[in-house]
Design a protein around this ligand. Structure first.
Ligand code: NAP
Length: 441
C-alpha cells in the first residue's frame, strides 16, 4: 500500500516538503491541504508586491503540484473542516506547515492604540489577503514610525514611501494602492533598539532604500562605527560591513530636492505608543549595548507620528491537539518531530527566520524522518479525505481550480501588473461555480 502523507499548509514549507517526499518515494501519495483556496502562502501574501521576482519560485511549486503523487486541496481548514485526529486516522503521516502568520506585538503601553498595526496584518492588507482586506488602516501622514530593523520593516518602509506610479505595475491590492496614494506620508522613521551592526536586514534590501524616487535616506553619521567589532561569524561580519557601507553612503548623500525622508533611528527602544484615541507619537528611550543587548540609558525622547507599524517578528497560530511553545511562538517539536506520525516544517517548526529557500532543508529532513519512522503504511489516505469532505459538503479547490482562479487574475490585470488578485474567497468560489467573471476586489 502506498505511503500517504497529508501536508497542512501550502506555503514554501509545505511545497518543499511535498517535493522532497515525492522525490524520495515514487509510490508516495502526498495531499496538500490549505485553508485558503489559493496556494503559495507567504509567496503570495508575504512577499512585497514590488518584489515580483521573488515570487518566481511559485513556478517550481507548480511543478510539484503537478506531480502524479501530489494533490492539492484548497479551502480546507484544519480545526474547522477536519480535526488533526481525523487526519492522523486517514494518513500515515501529517506534516504541519502552517507558518507563522501572526504578529508579535510590542509589550508597551499604547500597543493596541488605533493607528498601530502589526506587520503581518498590514502586509496581508496590502497584498490582498482575504482575511485582512477589511483592515482599513488609517494611513495618514505626514509621519509614520516602523519598529524593527529586519527585512519586513524595510518592506513596509518601501511600500509607504514609493510613489503610486512605482506601485502601479505591481499586484498590490487596489484598496491599499488607493489608501497609500491618499496617505500624505512623507517621513518614515525606522526604529532599531540596537545599532547598525546588529540590524537584521540583508544588504540588497537595505541598498534598495537608497534608490527610492524622491526620497532621501538619512541618519546621524555619528552612530556608524569605523569598523565592525564583536561579530565572530565571518559571514555575519561581511554583511555588517556591507550594511555599514550602505548606511555611510546614505549619510553622505545629498538630500536636496527630496520630498520624502526615510530616517534611520538606531539605539532607540520604544517605551510607549502615544495617543488619545489615535496614535500621535512614539516615546523612545536611548539605549546602549551591553554584551550585545540593548539597555536603556534613561534618556527619553518623543517622535511625533500618526501611524506606528511594528515588524518585530511573527509567531505561529496554535493548532488544536498540538502542544505549543508560547514563548517561541512555534509548535513543540524535536527537530521537526511533533508526535508519532506528526511532523512540522518551516516557520511553525523553527520560528520566522531565513529566506524562502531556508525551508528546503526542512522538507528534505521531514522526508527522511518519515521514511525512517514509518516502515509500514496502512492508512487509506486520499479516498478517506475526500469522503469526509464530501460528507461535510466542503467545496475543496483542486489545483486545476486554482489555475482557473490564477488565469482570471492574470486576465484582469492592467497597466503592467502581473495579476489583479481576488481578495474575497466568495469571489474565487463564484468564479469556479459559474462562467468566468472579472476579478473583483
Ligand atoms: P527579523 O529579521 O527577526 O527582525 C526583527 C527586528 O525586530 C529586529 O531588528 C529585532 O531587534 C526587532 N525587535 C524584536 N523585538 C523587538 C522589541 N520588543 N522592540 C523593538 N525591536 C524589536 O524579523 P522580520 O523582519 O520579521 O523578518 C522575518 C524573516 O523574513 C527574516 O528572516 C527576514 O530576512 C525574512 N524576510 C526576507 C525578506 C527578503 O529577503 N526580501 C523580506 C521579508 C522578510 P533585535 O535584533 O534587537 O532583536
Amino acid at each position: 500500500m502506498a505511503l500517504s502523507v497529508a501536508i497542512v499548509g501550502a506555503g514554501p514549507g509545505g511545497f518543499y516538503a511535498a517535493e522532497a517526499l515525492a522525490k524520495a518515494d515514487p509510490g508516495v501519495q502526498v495531499d496538500i491541504l490549505e485553508y485558503l483556496p489559493t496556494p503559495y502562502g507567504l509567496i503570495r501574501y508575504g512577499v512585497a508586491p514590488d518584489h515580483e521576482k521573488t515570487r518566481r519560485v511559485a513556478r517550481t511549486f507548480e511543478r510539484t503540484a503537478n506531480r502524479e503523487q501530489v494533490a492539492y486541496y484548497g479551502n480546507v481548514r484544519l480545526g474547522r473542516d477536519l480535526s488533526l485526529s481525523e487526519l492522523r486516522e486517514f494518513y500515515d503521516a501529517v506534516v504541519l506547515a502552517t507558518g507563522a502568520p501572526l504578529d508579535r506585538a510590542p509589550e508597551i503601553p499604547g500597543a493596541a492604540m488605533p493607528g498601530a498595526y502589526g506587520a503581518a496584518e498590514f502586509v496581508d492588507w496590502y497584498n490582498g489577503h482575504p482575511d485582512w482586506r477589511d483592515l482599513r488602516p488609517r494611513v495618514t501622514g505626514p509621519a509614520a514610525a516602523i519598529i524593527g530593523n529586519g527585512n519586513v520593516a524595510l518592506d513596509l518602509a518601501r511600500i509607504l514611501l514609493k510613489r503610486p506610479a512605482d506601485l502601479a505595475a505591481t499586484d498590490i491590492a487596489e484598496h491599499a494602492a488607493s489608501a497609500l496614494e491618499r496617505s500624505g506620508i512623507t517621513e518614515v522613521s525606522l526604529i532599531g533598539r540596537r545599532g547598525p551592526v546588529e540590524a537584521k536586514w540583508t544588504n540588497v534590501e537595505l541598498r534598495e532604500m537608497g534608490q527610492l524616487h524622491g526620497c532621501a535616506a538619512t541618519l546621524d553619521p555619528a552612530v556608524l562605527p569605523e569598523v565592525v567589532t564583536g561579530v565572530a561569524d565571518a559571514r555575519a561580519k561581511r554583511l555588517a560591513e556591507k550594511n555599514l557601507a550602505s548606511l555611510r553612503g546614505f549619510a553622505q548623500s545629498n538630500a536636496e530636492g527630496a520630498t520624502k525622508r526615510l530616517n534611520f533611528q538606531f539605539y532607540a527602544r520604544p517605551v510607549e505608543i502615544l495617543g488619545d484615541g489615535w496614535v500621535t507619537g512614539l516615546r523612545l528611550e536611548r539605549t546602549r549595548l551591553e554584551q550585545g543587548r540593548a539597555v536603556g540609558t534613561g534618556e527619553h525622547f518623543e517622535l511625533p507620528c500618526s501611524m506606528v507599524l511594528h515588524a518585530i517578528g511573527y509567531r505561529a497560530e496554535p493548532i488544536p491537539e498540538v502542544p505549543f511553545d508560547g514563548a517561541r511562538g512555534i509548535v513543540k517539536n524535536d527537530q521537526g518531530r511533533v508526535a508519532p506520525g506528526v511532523y512540522a516544517v518551516g516557520w511553525i517548526k523553527r520560528g520566522p527566520s531565513g529566506v524562502i529557500g531556508t525551508n528546503k532543508p526542512d522538507g528534505d529532513l521531514v522526508a527522511k524522518q518519515i521514511a525512517q519512522d514509518i516502515t509500514a503504511s496502512g492508512k487509506p489516505g486520499r479516498p478517506a479525505l475526500e469522503a469526509a469532505l464530501a460528507a461535510r459538503c466542503i467545496r475543496w479547490i483542486g489545483f486545476a481550480d486554482w489555475k482557473r482562479i490564477e488565469a482570471a487574475e492574470v486576465a484582469a490585470a492592467a497597466g503592467g501588473a502581473p495579476r489583479r488578485k481576488f481578495v474575497k474567497v466568495e469571489d474565487m468560489l463564484g468564479l469556479l461555480a459559474g462562467p468566468a467573471r472579472q476579478a473583483s476586489r
